[in-house]
Design a protein around this ligand. Structure first.
Ligand SMILES: Nc1ncnc2c1ncn2[C@@H]1O[C@H](COP(=O)(O)OP(=O)(O)OP(=O)(O)O)[C@@H](O)[C@H]1O
Ligand SMILES: [Mg+2]
Length: 400
């Protein structure tokens, strides 16, 4: 651990819930890099589930860079276009942290007598006419954002809209209103970003389901998101995951010396959720690991014990790979035995009569989902996170 790390203090496990701001660990370098990227472009972020996306974005929005306002909202539970747009409008007012900007936006809209939009102030939110058609409602959003951009530019400010679980909402809209409606929505948002290309408003679109799954289901290409910069989060650094491990152990026992912290941190690959799962298993009576092997065994108990209800880390395969889920499972199994090149995988699967193009496509999806990665020089495919591979092996059969 480096000298710059803060002193160890007890941090209680939140596992799955919203972490109090003061207990959000690390991520500062990544957040700085995101702010820099946002100078040029809006972004999309996709990582395995529970890696810490929402937590990092929460930290980012809580302390915007000078000159920026930020609003972080989840689109989870939005199932219609009107619902999503109205939610975005309400949230814009409620969370963007600067009522003056939105007060002025509303004033301008009223002065312009934009009656068909019927934007009203209701307490803390903007209410769009409940009878609006989807088109009218989307127009309202465009108009409000456009006015907002103008006010922001005059005040030399910029606005970051972080829309979490956005792909999930698009998928829900496709289910309820049809693929066409969802694809139109994606295209409309693309147009909106283009219209705001001066940079007063930027977006981070984040989701536990990657756009690659959603767009595949919509049978539409990447054209509606090809303007977005692709960004990643990755695990906590080794220093921060060891620090967090020591703090979680300290919360279990005020006399804990943190001796097991490095083993826990290494076994978790810096994924805080896995770290917490392991510490919870210790809280339930498991021994603290004294070496890497013991940490590996603890991870297996954590992944298969009673705490794993809803362990969501690897559920994408069964949910989103459709007909190719069995193939994806087999590929993950083979790569859990040993790294292999795509050609070796295709050769090994030939007896199953599987088409090489389909295999390549599934490899691509597994790569987009960050389950596996391809080494540029050797062309070998491996699991990205050994801890996820261990959990996969331990839970195989229950996940599929
Ligand atoms: N930086 C962090 N510091 C401390 N704990 C964290 C951090 N990031 C994540 N966690 C822990 O991991 C859990 C999962 O994190 P989070 O909800 O941010 O992941 P996610 O990637 O948004 O997951 P999902 O894909 O399911 O939406 C949190 O509830 C928290 O317990
Ligand atoms: Mg999340």
């Amino acid at each position: 651990m480096t000298e710059t790390m803060p002193p160890i203090r007890p941090i209680r496990i939140t596992s799955g819930g919203q972490v109090p701001l003061a207990d959000i660990v690390g991520r500062s370098d990544t957040i700085s890099a995101w702010w820099e990227d946002l100078d040029r472009t809006s972004l999309r972020l996709n990582e395995p589930r529970r890696l810490g996306k929402t937590t990092a974005l929460h930290k980012m929005a809580s302390a915007p860079r000078p000159g920026w306002l930020a609003a972080h909202t989840t689109m989870e539970g939005r199932t219609t276009t009107v619902d999503l747009v109205n939610h975005a409008l309400r949230d814009l007012q409620r969370r963007a942290g600067n009522p003056a900007v939105f007060g002025e936006v509303q004033g301008r809209l009223r002065r312009a007598r934009i009656k068909q939009i019927k934007v009203e102030v209701k307490g803390v939110g903007i209410q769009v006419d409940a009878d609006s058609t989807p088109e009218t409602s989307f127009d309202s959003l465009v108009r409000v954002l456009h006015e907002t951009a103008r006010v922001l530019t005059e005040r030399h400010k910029r606005l970051l809209l972080i829309w979490d679980e956005f792909p999930d909402a698009i998928r829900a809209i496709a289910e309820k209103e049809g693929r066409g409606a969802a694809a139109d929505m994606m295209a409309a948002f693309r147009g909106l970003r283009e219209a705001e290309s001066t940079g007063s408003i930027r977006w981070i679109l984040c989701g536990s389901i990657g756009f690659h799954h959603v767009l595949r289901e919509l049978r539409s290409g990447f054209a509606t998101i090809d303007d977005l910069g692709v960004t990643t989060l990755g695990p906590l650094t080794a220093d921060w995951s060891r620090w967090l491990a020591a703090c979680l152990l300290r919360a279990l026992d005020p006399r804990d010396t943190g001796a097991a912290a490095p083993w826990l941190a290494d076994a978790s690959d810096g994924i805080p959720y896995i770290l917490e799962l392991m510490v919870k298993t210790i809280a339930q009576g498991a021994a603290q690991p004294a070496d890497a092997r013991a940490a590996g065994r603890l991870l297996v108990s954590a992944a298969t014990g009673p705490l794993t209800e809803g362990l969501p880390l690897l559920e994408r395969v069964s949910r989103f790979y459709g007909d190719t889920a069995p193939l994806a499972n087999t590929i993950l199994d083979r790569l859990a035995e040993a790294p292999r090149t795509p050609a070796e995988l295709v050769r090994g699967l030939r007896t199953t009569g599987m088409n090489a193009d389909v295999i390549d496509r599934v490899i691509e999806l597994l790569t987009y989902d960050h389950y596996i990665r391809r080494d540029g020089s050797s062309d070998l495919l491996t699991w990205t996170y050994p801890s996820l591979m261990t959990i996969w092996r331990a839970r195989r059969g229950r996940l599929t």
